[in-house]
Design a protein around this ligand. Structure first.
Ligand code: HEM
Length: 169
Protein backbone atom coordinates (compact mmCIF):
# COMPACT_ATOMS: atom_id res chain seq x y z
CA UNK A 1 0.00 0.00 0.00
CA UNK A 2 1.25 3.45 -0.76
CA UNK A 3 0.57 6.46 1.44
CA UNK A 4 -1.83 7.96 -1.14
CA UNK A 5 -3.99 4.81 -1.23
CA UNK A 6 -4.08 4.69 2.56
CA UNK A 7 -5.18 8.33 2.76
CA UNK A 8 -7.76 7.96 -0.01
CA UNK A 9 -9.28 5.01 1.84
CA UNK A 10 -9.70 7.20 4.95
CA UNK A 11 -11.08 10.16 2.94
CA UNK A 12 -13.64 7.92 1.21
CA UNK A 13 -15.18 6.96 4.54
CA UNK A 14 -15.86 10.59 5.50
CA UNK A 15 -18.60 13.07 4.71
CA UNK A 16 -17.65 16.32 3.01
CA UNK A 17 -16.00 18.58 5.61
CA UNK A 18 -16.04 15.91 8.34
CA UNK A 19 -12.84 16.31 10.39
CA UNK A 20 -10.29 13.58 10.98
CA UNK A 21 -10.53 11.63 14.24
CA UNK A 22 -8.01 9.84 16.47
CA UNK A 23 -9.26 6.60 14.94
CA UNK A 24 -8.43 7.89 11.44
CA UNK A 25 -4.92 8.80 12.61
CA UNK A 26 -4.44 5.28 14.01
CA UNK A 27 -5.16 3.91 10.51
CA UNK A 28 -2.34 5.97 8.95
CA UNK A 29 0.25 3.29 9.64
CA UNK A 30 1.98 3.32 6.26
CA UNK A 31 1.98 7.12 6.08
CA UNK A 32 3.71 7.25 9.48
CA UNK A 33 6.34 4.82 8.20
CA UNK A 34 6.95 7.17 5.26
CA UNK A 35 7.23 10.10 7.69
CA UNK A 36 9.63 8.13 9.92
CA UNK A 37 11.80 7.18 6.97
CA UNK A 38 11.89 10.85 5.94
CA UNK A 39 12.87 11.83 9.51
CA UNK A 40 15.56 9.14 9.46
CA UNK A 41 17.10 10.32 6.17
CA UNK A 42 16.67 14.06 6.75
CA UNK A 43 16.37 14.66 10.51
CA UNK A 44 15.34 18.31 11.03
CA UNK A 45 17.43 18.44 14.23
CA UNK A 46 20.89 17.06 13.52
CA UNK A 47 21.94 16.57 17.14
CA UNK A 48 22.12 18.09 20.57
CA UNK A 49 24.25 18.55 23.66
CA UNK A 50 24.41 16.48 26.81
CA UNK A 51 26.63 17.17 29.83
CA UNK A 52 28.26 14.21 31.56
CA UNK A 53 26.92 14.11 35.13
CA UNK A 54 29.61 11.57 36.16
CA UNK A 55 32.74 10.13 34.54
CA UNK A 56 31.57 7.84 31.75
CA UNK A 57 33.62 5.07 30.16
CA UNK A 58 32.37 4.06 26.73
CA UNK A 59 34.06 1.87 24.15
CA UNK A 60 37.51 2.47 25.66
CA UNK A 61 37.06 6.25 25.94
CA UNK A 62 36.56 8.17 29.16
CA UNK A 63 34.25 11.19 29.08
CA UNK A 64 35.06 13.15 32.23
CA UNK A 65 32.32 14.53 34.46
CA UNK A 66 31.28 18.02 33.34
CA UNK A 67 32.29 17.58 29.66
CA UNK A 68 29.76 18.36 26.97
CA UNK A 69 28.92 15.71 24.39
CA UNK A 70 27.29 16.43 21.05
CA UNK A 71 25.12 13.51 19.94
CA UNK A 72 24.52 13.37 16.20
CA UNK A 73 21.28 11.97 14.80
CA UNK A 74 22.74 10.65 11.55
CA UNK A 75 25.47 8.63 13.32
CA UNK A 76 22.88 5.94 14.00
CA UNK A 77 20.34 6.83 11.25
CA UNK A 78 23.00 6.27 8.57
CA UNK A 79 24.75 3.30 10.25
CA UNK A 80 24.63 0.32 7.91
CA UNK A 81 24.57 -2.11 10.86
CA UNK A 82 21.37 -0.55 12.20
CA UNK A 83 19.63 0.56 8.99
CA UNK A 84 20.96 -1.59 6.10
CA UNK A 85 21.52 0.36 2.87
CA UNK A 86 21.01 3.58 4.83
CA UNK A 87 20.86 5.86 1.76
CA UNK A 88 17.89 3.93 0.37
CA UNK A 89 14.45 5.39 1.13
CA UNK A 90 12.57 2.38 2.47
CA UNK A 91 9.53 2.94 4.76
CA UNK A 92 9.25 -0.84 5.35
CA UNK A 93 12.14 -0.51 7.86
CA UNK A 94 9.53 0.73 10.32
CA UNK A 95 7.13 -2.20 9.93
CA UNK A 96 8.56 -3.74 13.06
CA UNK A 97 9.58 -1.06 15.57
CA UNK A 98 11.22 -3.71 17.77
CA UNK A 99 13.84 -4.33 15.06
CA UNK A 100 15.47 -0.93 15.76
CA UNK A 101 17.70 -0.97 18.86
CA UNK A 102 16.79 1.56 21.57
CA UNK A 103 18.14 5.12 21.10
CA UNK A 104 19.10 4.51 17.45
CA UNK A 105 16.11 6.15 15.73
CA UNK A 106 16.31 9.56 17.35
CA UNK A 107 14.75 12.36 15.24
CA UNK A 108 13.01 13.50 18.44
CA UNK A 109 16.01 12.84 20.69
CA UNK A 110 15.78 10.36 23.55
CA UNK A 111 15.79 9.88 27.29
CA UNK A 112 14.57 12.34 29.89
CA UNK A 113 14.84 15.31 27.49
CA UNK A 114 13.12 13.67 24.52
CA UNK A 115 11.04 16.14 22.48
CA UNK A 116 7.82 16.73 24.45
CA UNK A 117 6.16 17.81 21.18
CA UNK A 118 6.65 14.36 19.62
CA UNK A 119 2.99 13.27 19.68
CA UNK A 120 1.81 16.71 18.57
CA UNK A 121 4.33 16.67 15.71
CA UNK A 122 3.04 13.22 14.70
CA UNK A 123 -0.54 14.52 14.53
CA UNK A 124 0.52 17.61 12.56
CA UNK A 125 2.53 15.56 10.07
CA UNK A 126 -0.25 13.00 9.47
CA UNK A 127 -3.03 15.61 9.18
CA UNK A 128 -0.93 17.75 6.81
CA UNK A 129 -0.08 14.77 4.59
CA UNK A 130 -3.74 13.66 4.57
CA UNK A 131 -5.04 16.95 3.20
CA UNK A 132 -2.10 17.58 0.89
CA UNK A 133 -2.42 14.24 -0.90
CA UNK A 134 -6.23 13.89 -0.90
CA UNK A 135 -7.08 17.47 -1.88
CA UNK A 136 -4.26 18.15 -4.35
CA UNK A 137 -2.27 16.48 -7.10
CA UNK A 138 1.42 17.21 -6.91
CA UNK A 139 4.07 17.65 -9.53
CA UNK A 140 7.68 18.23 -8.53
CA UNK A 141 9.19 21.01 -10.66
CA UNK A 142 12.71 20.97 -9.19
CA UNK A 143 15.01 18.06 -8.39
CA UNK A 144 14.79 16.59 -4.90
CA UNK A 145 18.34 17.38 -3.72
CA UNK A 146 18.92 18.70 -0.20
CA UNK A 147 21.72 20.64 1.44
CA UNK A 148 22.17 21.55 5.12
CA UNK A 149 22.47 25.06 6.50
CA UNK A 150 22.28 23.41 9.14
CA UNK A 151 18.64 22.35 8.65
CA UNK A 152 17.87 20.14 5.63
CA UNK A 153 16.93 22.58 2.88
CA UNK A 154 15.83 21.75 -0.68
CA UNK A 155 18.69 23.03 -2.86
CA UNK A 156 16.37 24.50 -5.48
CA UNK A 157 13.60 25.48 -3.09
CA UNK A 158 11.45 22.38 -3.83
CA UNK A 159 9.17 23.97 -6.41
CA UNK A 160 5.91 22.07 -6.80
CA UNK A 161 2.80 22.49 -8.90
CA UNK A 162 -0.42 21.82 -7.01
CA UNK A 163 -3.77 21.26 -8.68
CA UNK A 164 -7.04 20.61 -6.81
CA UNK A 165 -8.32 17.04 -6.95
CA UNK A 166 -11.91 15.91 -7.36
CA UNK A 167 -13.45 15.50 -3.87
CA UNK A 168 -13.36 11.89 -2.72
CA UNK A 169 -16.35 12.31 -0.41
C1 HEM B 1 9.11 17.11 13.31
C2 HEM B 1 8.98 17.88 14.40
C3 HEM B 1 9.94 17.91 15.55
C4 HEM B 1 11.20 17.38 15.66
C5 HEM B 1 12.00 16.56 14.63
C6 HEM B 1 11.68 17.70 16.99
C7 HEM B 1 12.91 17.33 17.49
C8 HEM B 1 13.37 17.64 18.76
C9 HEM B 1 14.65 17.22 19.30
C10 HEM B 1 15.70 16.36 18.58
C11 HEM B 1 14.75 17.71 20.55
C12 HEM B 1 15.92 17.49 21.53
C13 HEM B 1 15.63 16.22 22.33
C14 HEM B 1 16.79 15.72 23.18
O1 HEM B 1 17.67 16.51 23.57
O2 HEM B 1 16.84 14.49 23.48
C15 HEM B 1 13.54 18.47 20.81
C16 HEM B 1 13.28 19.14 21.99
C17 HEM B 1 12.15 19.88 22.21
N1 HEM B 1 11.05 19.97 21.40
FE1 HEM B 1 10.84 19.15 19.56
N2 HEM B 1 10.71 18.42 17.65
C18 HEM B 1 9.64 18.57 16.81
C19 HEM B 1 8.43 19.18 17.09
C20 HEM B 1 8.15 19.81 18.28
C21 HEM B 1 6.87 20.43 18.59
C22 HEM B 1 5.65 20.40 17.66
C23 HEM B 1 7.00 20.97 19.82
C24 HEM B 1 5.99 21.73 20.67
C25 HEM B 1 4.74 21.85 20.37
C26 HEM B 1 8.35 20.70 20.29
C27 HEM B 1 8.87 21.11 21.50
C28 HEM B 1 10.12 20.79 21.99
C29 HEM B 1 10.66 21.24 23.28
C30 HEM B 1 9.97 22.18 24.29
C31 HEM B 1 11.93 20.68 23.41
C32 HEM B 1 12.93 20.84 24.59
C33 HEM B 1 12.74 19.69 25.58
C34 HEM B 1 13.77 19.71 26.73
O3 HEM B 1 14.90 20.16 26.53
O4 HEM B 1 13.44 19.21 27.82
N3 HEM B 1 9.01 20.00 19.33
N4 HEM B 1 12.72 18.40 19.72
Amino acid sequence: MVALAEQEEIAKGKLLGEPLTWEDLSKMKYTWRVANETLRRFPPIFGGFRKAATDIEYDGYVIPKGWQIFWVTSMTHMDNNIFPEPSKFDPSRFENQASTPPYCFVPFGGGARICPGYEFARVEILVAIHYLVTKFSWKLLSDNSFSRDPMPTPTQGLLIELSPRKQLS
